[in-house]
Design a protein around this ligand. Sequence first.
Ligand code: SF4
Length: 355
Amino acid sequence: MTDPLVEVEDLEKYYYEDDSLLDRITGREPTSVKAVDGVSFTVERGETLGLVGESGCGKSTTGETLLRLREATGGSVSFDGEDVFAMDGEDLVDFRQRAGIVFQDPFSSLDPRMTAREIIAEPLAVHDVGTAADRRSRAAELMERVGLSSAQLDRYPNEFSGGQRQRIGIARALALEPDFVVCDEPVSALDVSVQAQILNLLDDLQSEFDLTYLFIAHDLSVVRHITDRVAVMYLGEVVETGPTDDIFEDPGHPYTEALLESVPRADASEHGRRVDALPGDVPSPRDPPAGCRFHTRCPYAREACRETDPQPVAESDSAGDEQRRIACFRTDADHDYWASEPLEHARAEPMADDD
Ligand code: SF4
């Protein structure tokens, strides 16, 4: 893996609230919400990178910010070697043709006043691609390719099922023949019975059109099915990155471990209920915990975790290629973590000297 199509480095998306009267009197900085806070990852050509985490952790904001659907407040994104945030004019138009998105909700993401034909052909019209006849013909071709009949092109979104609407959304995302597609929770709003059909369609289209995906999801069983590598996000930060099979078989970060333990399984308990491996709610990104952001919920948290935010440490294979990146003091045998006391809510683990 040496030729990434997308390189995200220290990406930030902060939202600043208007300064209050108290802020003005005290000279205090207005509150900011750090929705995305120093996120870094790469997406190799032709691969699917999963971006996972609980609701509100910043996954969708990351996808939209790297596509410039939202303006970043810091960091950089490189696409095929070009600086995305410095693009303007023709370069930006070209980027918008090569990088598309499939949205989460097929019910609200399609304009109810437009026919399927108009929805699919709209990106072509916006980018002034082909004649009106060419665009009609391309819409018919894409409709068939995503498993719908071109005879349905003049129907409106409310005349399709949820799965069919998502197929239309995928056809629209492919209209400009992109290289890269952000799939933002593309099956989470669908019935379980149609999720596999949409995932198989995305898989087939990736092979046929040589696509690269960033696949955003909170459902880990979906992620395991479709991704090559996974980046795990917690409270605006990426805490672990690695090959999908490795992460599922041997999670390195306590948050990844808890997420995997939280996946409902038939054998999870005698009644088949979800294991409560993630106690408590995600803290507010308006006021994230100091030190490691996961320390308030981490079963291995110690005093040292409250003081410093752990930075991701890369692990490489024998050829020197990076395999895993984990941001946790527990994986560093030399860190103060091993000499400090467990926090009250943490599981008792042996201290380093007790081994
Ligand atoms: Fe848990 Fe500490 Fe690791 Fe954070 S640094 S994940 S609190 S063990």
